[in-house]
Write a protein that binds this ligand. Structure first.
Ligand SMILES: N[C@@H](CCC(=O)N[C@@H](CS)C(=O)NCC(=O)O)C(=O)O
Length: 240
């Protein structure tokens, strides 16, 4: 199994105390895919963690060893000591709760409810995006079915991003700092930007997403995974 990178270390010993007990954090990713958002959250938490590359193209997601971590064979998976946590949203929530001092998740009340609501909304958007991708691959032989499915999914995703823009009422999805759902939304929007002109269609959302890309944890995750940081304010000509 290919180990891409490295042990991510915080720079001072005090922060190392975030690694409670002997529990070891290891994030399994295929670079540039759904592990980006958990990677951002781990960096934002100041966590000490290891990143392990799973080569999906080589079928590593289907190996017995990996499916013991996630029977669905998808990345990301976060190992936290003896626990294996698949599902992007679950990992984000776990990281936010495990590192409460990072302040990524409100402790209670209406703000926490809103944070959870957004996390689930974005997870649904992520699932739609993955369906779009899988349908595009599965229907390659049937151009008509592929075109119709892609167009329908694209309309659905576009409407979802417009809804997010209408529903946002602050600088972040909840409160005044980036939380798990913000990292998650940025990741999914970053994949979709070649098919949706954020700057023209949802200018406020584009400005918020672009500002998120200045966050050092965001930049760190993209760079570590060899991906370029997405741009949202430049006009794009959506690929059909
Ligand atoms: N519901 C999963 C979806 C993750 C997912 O689909 N990951 C892709 C990479 S972006 C994957 O592992 N694909 C391999 C496969 O489907 O076999 C999550 O939220 O983490």
């Amino acid at each position: 199994m290919l180990i891409l990178s490295v042990l991510w270390r915080t720079t001072n010993e005090e922060e190392d105390c975030n690694l409670s007990g002997s529990s070891r954090l290891r994030l399994h990713v295929h670079p540039g895919t759904s592990g980006l958002a958990p990677h951002m959250a781990l960096l934002a938490a100041g966590a000490v963690f290891e990143v392990r590359t799973i080569d999906l193209f080589a079928g590593e997601g289907r190996t017995h060893a990996f499916q013991r971590l996630n029977p669905f064979g998808t990345v990301p998976v976060l190992e936290d000591g003896a626990a294996a946590i698949p599902e992007t949203g679950a990992i984000l929530l776990h990281v936010a709760e495990r590192f409460p001092d990072a302040g990524m998740l409100p402790h209670g009340g209406a703000d926490r409810a809103q944070a959870l609501r957004w996390l689930f909304h974005v997870a649904a958007l992520h699932a739609d995006f993955m369906t779009w991708r899988r349908a595009s691959l599965a229907l390659r032989e049937d151009q008509h079915a592929m075109g119709a499915t892609q167009a329908w999914m694209a309309r659905r995703l576009a409407e979802a991003f417009r809804t997010v823009e209408r529903a946002m009422d602050g600088p972040f999805l909840v409160g005044t700092r980036a939380g798990p759902a913000d990292f998650y939304l940025l990741m999914v929007a970053g994949w979709w930007r070649t098919r949706f002109d954020f700057a023209a269609e949802t200018p406020q959302l584009a400005a918020y997403l672009e500002a998120m890309t200045d966050n050092p944890s965001v930049r760190g995750a993209y760079e570590a995974q060899g991906s370029s940081v997405p741009k949202f304010l430049a006009a794009t000509t959506p690929v059909s």
